[in-house]
Design a protein around this ligand. Sequence first.
Ligand SMILES: *Cc1c(COP(=O)(O)O)cnc(C)c1O
Length: 436
Amino acid sequence: MTIITQPKPTASIPDTRIYERRESGVRSYARAMPRQFNRAQGVWMHDNQGGRYLDFLSGCSTLNYGHNHPVLKSALVDYLAGDGITHGLDLHTDAKADFLAALEDVILKPRGLDYRAMFTGPTGTNAVEAAIKLARKITGREMVIAFTNGFHGMTLGALACTGNAAKRGGAGVPLSHVAHEPYDGYHGPDVDTAELLERRLSDPSSGLDAPAAILVETVQGEGGLNAASPEWLRKIAEIAKRHGALMIVDDIQAGCGRTGNFFSFEGMGFTPDIVTMAKSLSGMGLPFALTLFRPELDQWAPGEHNGTFRGNNHAFVTATATLRHFWSDDRFRQDVARRGALLARRLDAMAAEHGLSTRGRGMMRGIDVGSGDVAETITAACFAQGLIIETSGAHDEIVKVLAPLVIEDAVLSAGLDILEESIRSALGVTYGVAAE
Ligand SMILES: *Cc1c(COP(=O)(O)O)cnc(C)c1O
């Protein structure tokens, strides 16, 4: 059997008039990839004209285990065939009990972590809302510290913590009670921004109010794949503790193995008070979000933070299957580490060839190509060759690779070959134009 390593895109653009006529103009990814997809397996997506695309976007890290993984799919199919509960508000169900037991056995206990799990509404932003609401309730403080280039979701509380001006502009009301402090490296390699934060919080005249929480991504998924150093994150954890704030790690994009471990902060010598999870938690692309916190912080009154869709039992079933299948031993972690090293090596070589720089950690990396226009030229050239890939960063200037973590090394290499060629041709064209 030969392994398929080459994408085969279709050239003809399908009829998209129904979308133009009926779907809101808010749609975004579909504009850069005007095909109609109808099937997906593993790392491949198929369109309705027979085209095959290699997926280096993975639903923005929602499909870390690939599309329709057979183990997850059969768990769900069996559950459906047995008329298992689909929607259960927050009722006790077999599916929920199995998920909580797997979370305890496979994830929490082996890592020496003691977290309570709060099932929030099903998208990431819900988990962030719950986290900051809980921190404000517990501390009695209003202000949350978030960071430059941070991305935390689109509902008002989470949006207030998000840096991006275009996203913030959609709020329609003032976004307040959040201070955006410089992330690790924001002022260059010589300025320790954790020290700056400590100085401001210790100075009674700095104008910075005592925070309820410090909300941070260990790698900024949407904000340009900036990866904070373990030392910086440890300092942030210490600063939070010293100033009576709760440290919230938003692991919605960097978690579930994307940076190499189940949690992105593992092995760094600190334990967040609160962790938000979503995206790849269900493993099948089913909406499912979770806010984890230390048991002492569980000061919610029953129903105080509610929601109709806090019991997506199908997601519980597939999430349980991901934990038991991928995380019960060390094999998957080793595979991800090897693939992450391969990705780093290849991206570093591309960067060196053109005098560019790379960002990120594990299987969450990108290359800074200097401008959003160049990045768009590159991703469009990739798509024309059947590689689905997106951009990140304040100016969309980072081409980011979020391949499924289960991708075979040879297929990862084949996709990176397409990226390498697309960067060469895009930069060649750009230089050519500039020289005229
Ligand atoms: C995607 C994302 C969110 C928001 O999740 P949604 O499911 O889109 O609401 C929050 N934080 C981070 C770090 C994310 O990547």
